[in-house]
Ligand binder design. Structure first.
Ligand SMILES: Nc1ncnc2c1ncn2[C@@H]1O[C@H](COP(=O)(O)OP(=O)(O)OP(=O)(O)O)[C@@H](O)[C@H]1O
Length: 261
């Protein structure tokens, strides 16, 4: 597989060991720029581990993993990637605005950058539609609003890639839909989004999908491409089809051949 400048992430032979186990096995895939790529798979399949490898916080990564043309974890990438983990990293006793001011001060320190910080904070709060809640304490926000504050923090530095670990988990369908609309607005402005979910029904909202199971990649395609290839009508069915197909292939590989007479 060739590295294309249009790809935000390229993985070749990517494996990760955690504790005694290999949790990602020899992955090959690419994430195109300016699109929403969904990383889908059941709980424990390795989604968070893969995201951590991409943002450069995962140990024991082998193979090739390039992000924006640089090896994952390279220091210049830090400011170019926004990462939202599963646990909102927001201070409960600060308001939405104070939280953003605080993170902006870490990202762009110094008195001379004060005007830039103000612009960045206002832009991020507007982008996640929290202007009317800017002065609310984080502890008084709903789960969906809190997720959006985390997202605003990640948007502060105008990252080229946003890596979002299960941002819609636990949200009601309306909030989920609103968040996906927001992701599409952000992607339409050229930002690459890699978003994980274990909810297969979120697949159709993505431009591309990476289907992961037990640390192995089952598909790297568009949602429609996966449905066509597996002759199914939902990504959930397609996923089951691919799991069965992989099991059949594995069984064929381990079945001993008839000895030659
Ligand atoms: N320190 C560790 N030592 C050994 N195994 C680990 C360690 N941390 C995680 N794992 C295993 O690695 C696998 C992948 O975990 P990971 O958190 O990436 O999965 P996930 O798909 O993000 O799951 P979830 O959707 O539940 O968050 C899991 O099976 C987990 O048990």
């Amino acid at each position: 597989m060739m590295n294309k400048p249009s790809d935000a992430v390229t993985a070749r032979g990517l494996s990760v060991i955690r504790g005694p186990r290999t949790v990602l096995h020899d992955l090959h895939f690419s994430v195109p720029r300016g699109q929403i790529t969904g990383l889908l798979g059941p709980s424990g399949c390795g989604k968070s581990t893969l995201m951590r490898a991409i943002v450069g916080t995962q140990a024991k990564v082998t193979g090739t993993l390039d992000v924006l043309g640089l090896p994952a974890g390279s220091p210049p990438l830090r400011a170019r990637i926004g990462y939202v983990t599963q646990t909102p990293s927001v201070y409960a006793d600060l308001t939405v605005h104070q939280n953003l001011d605080y993170f902006a001060a870490i990202l762009t320190p110094g008195r001379r950058a004060a005007a830039r910080r103000r612009t960045d904070v206002t832009r991020a709060i507007t982008a996640v539609d929290l202007t009317t809640h800017a002065d609310a304490l984080a502890k008084n926000l709903s789960g969906g609003q809190l997720n959006r504050v985390s997202l605003a923090v990640a948007l502060l530095g105008s990252p080229e890639i946003l890596v979002l670990d299960e941002p819609t988990v636990g949200l009601d369908p309306v909030l989920r839909r609103d968040l996906w609309t927001l992701f599409h607005d952000i992607a339409a402005q050229g930002t690459t989004i890699l978003v994980s979910s274990h909810a297969m029904d979120e697949a159709e909202r993505c431009h591309r999908l990476l289907l992961l199971r037990e640390g192995t990649l089952l598909a790297d395609e568009t949602p429609q491409g996966i449905l066509t290839r597996t002759r199914t009508t939902t990504v959930e069915e397609a996923f089951l089809h691919l799991v069965d197909e992989a099991a059949t292939e594995a069984a064929a590989e381990t079945t001993p051949k008839e000895p030659a007479r």
